[in-house]
Design a protein around this ligand. Structure first.
Ligand SMILES: Cc1cc2nc3c(=O)[nH]c(=O)nc-3n(C[C@H](O)[C@H](O)[C@H](O)COP(=O)(O)O)c2cc1C
Length: 553
């Protein structure tokens, strides 16, 4: 049932990218270079803090915020909250904050609202504020364990109705376990975190957008991660994304950097591990994909689509804190076609969270392996997310796929049946022999358009971010529908390319995901995320935990 062999090699990437991308591929007979045995003595600390920086303890959300998940997709349904310290604290808690503690046989680990490959959490968050009641203007690092802000610099910044949120990545945290492939995972995690912020902001009534004009150097200066002396060797951070959250106008870059010039910085970053193993290709690909200032992504008009059908009246805050990666699926439960079409719909670009982060033309397309969707034939399906170039993907896949209409599919969804069949075995094999890709309702591979990356290598990261955004959409959509999802970073790239007959000069498989009925591991014990900080609860009396809400649970 699968197509012919891939044609040629990714022509869209320059030499450094091509080299890294090939080297970081997993193959059935040869995994990407990794550390081999895990060096437990040097396991990186998952929590960064700045010793000596003044701390601002943040209040914790007691109960839930009132907006329901469905409200996020009804423009105007959520009234904007004022920019107060409490509301910013809720934003951080519901996006980058802790969601759970698990323990098993003497090991105890924290889980967060944003997912992360291997739960290693390479992504750090910074808040740059002005005009927030109760908070001096300046640059802050968010420390999720203690739910506090660490003030790196106070600065004469001035604007209203918004906040800058910067994301950086600590490659070493990820490379410690995943070696060469780590750079990819850091980018995925950054995409997930951006989407988490877009959903979290929307729950507070705030729009969020990615600020494309800023280059890496300016984001590094803004967050202070360019202050080499403040970081132990090997534990430095790399600038990634900058978001503006709020209805106001984002401040001009020169104005912000001007206000920061010459201000004193406080705090020194903690050491994450005593020793580090170098993965030289990672700094090389990071440098090669650095974002220059002023370049923006190609944009596309939003497609005109009907409103998303309702899926959950649970509070957003409930779903984001409950979101977990399934460790196993039961191999029995499925979802119905309407639930599947809703998830597919949510992947379409719309001026709604998280896609409202950027009007970038969609460049990543899911190929679904449908196993257990009632009313849908098992088989391979493809969603062409880019209305502007509907034929490009079709022309880049094997010619013998059917591309037939999907019975019962809403007319506005460009979803096609490529071929019917039982793909459970293939899906598991292609995802590094992981059963989670087969025992679910469906799994998917995300094919990314790599064209133009030789002229704009920084777009390489954007492709992973877009795949990460899609992953976060599916995580929350799965929770909303009463099932669960899991991101899959471990897959055999070229096995998928060959099976689908992908012209790899144009497209590459960048991420997998799976959604279905999870098996809960009853051996794991759970504890509330912030039992250690209970004194800081602030009520939202209108919504006691779980009160008055119904839906998928
Ligand atoms: C980019 C990415 C790749 C992942 N890859 C895998 C994978 O290959 N296999 C797997 O079982 N889980 C995978 N996961 C799930 C993580 O292990 C999970 O997010 C992490 O343990 C934290 O748990 P949580 O999602 O419940 O917060 C991945 C998650 C992300 C974000």
């Amino acid at each position: 049932m699968f197509g012919v062999l891939a044609v040629g090699h990714h022509g869209g990437m320059n030499e450094t990218l091509r080299h890294y991308h090939e080297l970081s591929k997993h193959h059935p007979q040869r995994m990407a270079p990794g550390p081999g045995r895990l060096d437990w003595v040097n396991q990186p600390d998952p929590f960064r803090h700045y010793e000596g920086a003044p701390r601002v303890e943040l209040p914790l959300l007691a109960g839930e915020l009132p907006p329901a998940f469905d409200d996020l997709f009804r423009p105007g349904a959520v009234a904007a909250r004022p920019f107060t310290l409490d509301n910013l604290a809720h934003l951080l808690e519901l996006t980058l904050g802790l969601a759970d503690w698990k323990s098993f046989r003497g090991n105890r680990w924290a889980l967060r609202c944003n997912p992360s490959s291997g739960n290693l959490h390479p992504t750090e968050g910074y808040l740059i504020t002005a005009g927030v009641t109760g908070l001096d203007a300046g640059v802050y690092h968010y420390q999720p364990h203690d739910h506090c802000l660490e003030r790196r610099a106070a600065a004469p910044l001035s604007w209203q109705e918004g906040v800058l949120v910067a994301l950086t990545g600590i490659h070493w945290r990820e490379a410690w376990k995943y070696g060469m492939r780590a750079f990819r995972y850091c980018q995925h995690d950054c995409g997930h975190a951006q989407a988490a912020l877009a959903y979290g902001a929307a729950a507070l009534g705030w729009p969020a957008r990615l600020l494309d004009q800023w280059g890496d150097e300016s984001i590094a200066a803004l967050t202070g991660v360019d202050r080499t002396a403040d970081f132990p060797p090997g534990d430095h951070e790399t600038p990634e994304a900058l978001l503006w959250i709020g209805a106001g106008h984002p401040p001009a870059m020169d104005e912000v950097l001007g206000a920061l010039a010459g201000v004193p910085w406080q705090g020194r970053a903690n050491g994450l591990s005593r020793d580090h193993r170098e993965w030289r290709d990672i700094p090389a690909v990071a440098a090669a994909t650095g974002k220059p200032p002023g370049h923006a992504v190609a944009t596309a008009p939003w497609p005109v689509l009907p409103p998303l059908p309702a899926v959950s009246s649970h509070p957003v805050s409930h779903l984001v804190r409950r979101r977990r990666s399934a460790q196993a699926f039961d191999g029995v439960s499925g979802i119905d076609a309407a639930a599947f079409f809703r998830m597919v719909d949510a992947l379409m670009p719309r001026p709604l969270p998280p896609w409202s982060l950027s009007p970038a033309a969609p460049r990543v397309h899911p190929v679904f392996f449908v196993h257990r969707v009632a009313g849908l034939e098992p088989g391979v399906y493809c969603l062409v997310r880019d209305a502007g170039a509907p034929d490009a993907l079709r022309e880049a896949l094997a010619t013998d796929w059917h591309w037939s209409a999907v019975a019962g599919c809403p007319a506005h969804l460009p979803l096609f049946l490529l071929g019917p069949g039982d793909t459970r075995g293939f899906a598991a094999t292609a995802s590094c022999q992981q059963d989670i890709a087969a025992d679910s309702a469906f799994s998917l591979a995300m094919l990314a358009d790599m064209e133009a990356l030789d002229q704009q290598p920084w777009l390489y990261r954007r492709r992973f971010w877009e795949a990460g955004l899609m992953g976060q959409v599916l995580y929350l959509e799965a929770e909303a529908a009463g099932v669960q999802g899991t991101g899959i970073g471990c897959y055999f790239d070229d096995v998928v390319h060959e099976a689908l007959g992908v012209d790899t000069r144009r497209y590459q498989d960048l991420y997998h995901f799976t959604v279905g009925g999870a098996v809960v591991d009853a051996r794991l014990e759970s504890e509330p995320p912030y039992a250690h900080l209970q004194r800081r609860l602030v009520g939202d009396a209108s919504a006691a935990p779980g009160a008055g809400h119904h839906g998928a649970d």
